[in-house]
Design a binder for this molecule. Sequence first.
Ligand SMILES: [Zn+2]
Length: 399
Amino acid sequence: MNRKQKILKEYLKANDGILHLSPTWVPRAFLNPGRRLKLVNSDIYALGKNRGGIDERWLASTTIADNGPGTPEDEGLSYIIIDPKSPKNRILLKEAIDLIGDQILGKHIIEKHKGWMVLTKFFDNMNPIPFHLHQDDIKAKDVGRLGKPEAYYFPEQLNFTYNNFPYTFFGFVPGTTREDIKKCLANWNQGDNGILNFSKAYALQPGTGWSIPPGILHAPGTLVTYEIQKASDVFAMFQSLVTGNSIEWNLVIKDVPQDKQENLDYIVDLIDWEANLDPNFKEHHFCAPKPVKKIEEMHAIGYEEHNIIYGMEEFSGKRLTVFPGQSIVNKENAAYGLIAIQGYGTIDKLPLETPTQIRYGEITNDEYFISHEKAKAGVNFTNLSKTENLVILKHFGPN
Ligand SMILES: [Zn+2]
């Protein structure tokens, strides 16, 4: 056993299987930050204007942010706070899972998946994201990557204002053909390639979400989004101009094999045509919260819990609300990450608090990771407020 393994084992024991994580901020040079993630305004460009404003907070992340040249090697990765009194005393969650993954995720998960296979984040933009898709496993394999499903939930607590375009375009309207979309791709350099003329936007409702399998085109709107996705970074852009910003052709073909990069048939084959043309698209992809048990049963003991991201094999998400002054024991079958989005209290003997404002580089008490054994044994959540709910979001891996 090496020194870090020893530290981690002792830490896990002392914290009874709960890992305290620090905030992980990620800038995006090509987007305009929405300023609703509680990062103080003067720190939005803490990494330098050239690196872009911070518009994402990654949660329980073992995925490196693919932000190109000049990106620090730990960008996007979550740290475990070993000692809150000395913030430098920290270990990457990824490293911890590499070292003692059996104890964090469970032996069966390590054997089957080797690590934490999901990436969860809040993203927060002023303007919509260009219309794009993520390849499925078969197409992603052409470039040695994995396919990517994703799903969204829009927390009411973070959406106090909706920014410029709280609507998301999904899929195609009936009648759209391969030739129509090939023409849009051929017109890439002639201003707006007109692809949204073939799609339809849905108003985003705080407190609900959507699940989007690979191959479905989407242009996420401007609500703050809690997103769970498979940890993979494959995509293809299909929109050439969004709110006046040009999208370069290299973002269409980023994950297209070299010999296919001029082949429009290959590119339109990335689209799951049946799913994009589904006349009952909303029925098949919209996610209204579903109570995990009879609501009266839960209310009787001081809480309620809902599935908010569901219907996908690769990941799922829940929202737990503990009512004022109440204390509950909450069990799960697998390890999970969590973030508090309203209220304060305790998680076992540790503090659980939703911050009002966060400075770049500061630690918070809003994010934790619950190891496999602890999740099964049960976590105690206590709401210490007499007036306000304690609300947390939980992100789970496969199955
Ligand atoms: Zn996407």
